[in-house]
Structure formats: structure tokens, C-alpha cells
Design a protein around this ligand. Structure first.
Ligand code: R5P
Length: 295
């Protein structure tokens, strides 16, 4: 097996190759002056099982095209089996039509990936795991979770016994997993998002956080609006230490300032989206999964 680290996940790809004890190929890439992507694989993939690692955070469309260039090229050069690890899968929040006439973006992206010859797709903490049940293609999709390893990292930092909180009901799966490690109980807030304005309303429900250390777990922090609201609600209900944790730290614009001003002690994320917040690597869980499915 060979690993092909895409330009957006070069370091993560190499880490996974080291975990698996296999070769990582070199990928030459550049952007032409007009913004188009150029990709060249250096090394043979003929008859090989390959793992292509490429996240699709900002600039999403460029990174998606690079991913498709990598998968299609590996196929053209005779790779026997192509597995893609796209730790952060762009467009996965638009997993259905919320309003009449909208594009079903997730379905379009999955179809594109499959069309280049991908056999297996590994994603991490996809926004809504249920959305994958609607996938009708032949490409097999695996959704892994980084929450247990984030919780384990926090446990090692002295946060054993902290309360695990989801900013909305969608995060219940994450906080259950976190609580298996932190053992301090779990719950979630009620959140409603206006589909037109994007504005959110959040309310506390049957959660007693007074004097407690609380970790807010979410799949994504993007504008920081959701996390900042959860943190300030916790603060106003007397929580002690508050930590903002997510798998995919997109943290656009003013997100960091919003969250820390609301009262979070720190922000923690994984290298699914490489940034200064990526304290936890998803390489071990990807390698472990690959071994489990026979690589
Ligand atoms: C939404 O349901 C997601 O789980 C996240 O809570 C959301 O995408 C975060 O976005 P933002 O940081 O812009 O509030």
C-alpha cells in the first residue's frame, strides 16, 4: 500500500504513512496564475492499493478539484484499489434540501468523488451521520470519530470528570462518546437556526452546570457563533472552566476572539483542518481503521 498525501493534508498524510509503516509518495502541485490547480504524482501506483489524504476546508473548491485530480490520476496509472481519506468533507452541512430549489451539495460532492474511481471514502465526524444512509452509490463510506481522542487529550490535561455538552441535539452522538472518556455526565442545549438569516437561538435545558468544568463538543467551529453562544450561556449559568472542542476547526473571521471573549479558556481541534488549534492528530484513528478493514 502507498499513501498519497494531498497538498491540503501533506503532514497528516505523512503521519498516517508512518503509522502504517508504508511509503508516502511525493505530490508536486502548484496554482496557475488564473487559479487553476496543477497536480503531478511522483512514483508508481500500478497494481497498488493507495490511500489519498486530502482535506477540503477553505479553499474548498480548489481542494476538491485537487482531490479529484489525485484520485483520477491514481486510477489512470493503474492503482488496484483507491481509498480516500477526506477528514473534513466540504459541503457536508448541505446534506439535503432545506428550502425548495436548493442544491443537494453533499450528494453532488460524493458522486464526483465516486466518479473518479474511488472504492472507499473515509471521513471524520461528518456533520450528520444519518445523511450517509441516503447515499446510493457503490463507493463505501466510513465515518470515524475523533471525539474519543480529543476527550482523551483533555483527560490527560486534567479535565477528567468534566461535563460534556453539545451546543445542539445534533451533537448528542459526540457528547456520549466524550462522556465515555471523561465520565462527568453529558447533555445538550436547544438550538434553532433561521434558514434564511443564519441567526441562532439557544436555550439551556435540564443542564445543571453551576461550579462544573464543562467541555463544549461540536463537529465544526466555523464563524464561532454557535460555540460563543454556548460558552456565554454556560458562563451565565455559573460554569467554572469552559473549553471549546471540535473536530474541524475552520474558525473563520473573528471566531477565535468571539469564543475566547465569551469565556472559553482555550479552543481545541484536530489536524483534520490544520491550524494553530490542531492539538490532536487523527492519524492514529485513520491508521487503526485501515488495519481493521484489511490494509
Ligand atoms: C451545526 O449544526 C454544526 O454542528 C455547527 O454547530 C455549526 O456548523 C458551527 O457553525 P458556526 O461556528 O458558524 O456557528
Amino acid at each position: 500500500m502507498k499513501v498519497i498525501p494531498g497538498p491540503a493534508s501533506a503532514e497528516l498524510g505523512r503521519k498516517i504513512a508512518i503509522e502504517l509503516g508504508v511509503e508516502a509518495l511525493t505530490v508536486h502541485h502548484k496554482l496557475f496564475p488564473d487559479g487553476e490547480s496543477y497536480i503531478r504524482l511522483d512514483g508508481s501506483v500500478k497494481g497498488e492499493k493507495v490511500l489519498i489524504v486530502q482535506t477540503t476546508s477553505h479553499p474548498q473548491d480548489t481542494r476538491l478539484i485537487q482531490l479529484l485530480q489525485l484520485t483520477a490520476t491514481a486510477k489512470d496509472y493503474g492503482a488496484e484499489k483507491i481509498t480516500c481519506c477526506v477528514p473534513y468533507l466540504a459541503y457536508s452541512r448541505q446534506d439535503k434540501r432545506f428550502l425548495e430549489g436548493e442544491a443537494e451539495s453533499l450528494k453532488i460532492v460524493l458522486k464526483l468523488i465516486e466518479s473518479t474511481g474511488v472504492d472507499d471514502l473515509i471521513v471524520i465526524d461528518i456533520h450528520n451521520e444519518e445523511s450517509l444512509k441516503r447515499w446510493e452509490g457503490v463507493m463505501q463510506i466510513w465515518n470515524l470519530s475523533a471525539t474519543p481522542i480529543i476527550a482523551d487529550h483533555l483527560k490527560k490535561m486534567g479535565l477528567y470528570g468534566a461535563y460534556s455538552l453539545g451546543p445542539d441535539k445534533g451533537a448528542i452522538r459526540l457528547v456520549k462518546m466524550a462522556d465515555n472518556v471523561l465520565k462527568g455526565g453529558y447533555g445538550f442545549f436547544e438550538k434553532e437556526r433561521d434558514r434564511i438569516t443564519g441567526g441562532i437561538q439557544m436555550t439551556i435545558k435540564e443542564v445543571d452546570v453551576g461550579g462544573r468544568d464543562v467541555i463544549v463538543f461540536d463537529d465544526i467551529i466555523s464563524s464561532g457563533g454557535t460555540m460563543a453562544k454556548a460558552v456565554s450561556l454556560l458562563r451565565s449559568h455559573g460554569a467554572r472552566r469552559i473549553v471549546a472542542a471540535c473536530t474541524h476547526g475552520l474558525l473563520t473571521g473573528d471566531a477565535e476572539r468571539l469564543i475566547t471573549n465569551a469565556g472559553a479558556e482555550f479552543i481545541i481541534a484536530t489536524d483534520s483542518v490544520p491550524s494553530k488549534f490542531s492539538s490532536v492528530s487523527v492519524a492514529p484513528i485513520v491508521a487503526q481503521h485501515l488495519r481493521k478493514i484489511g490494509y
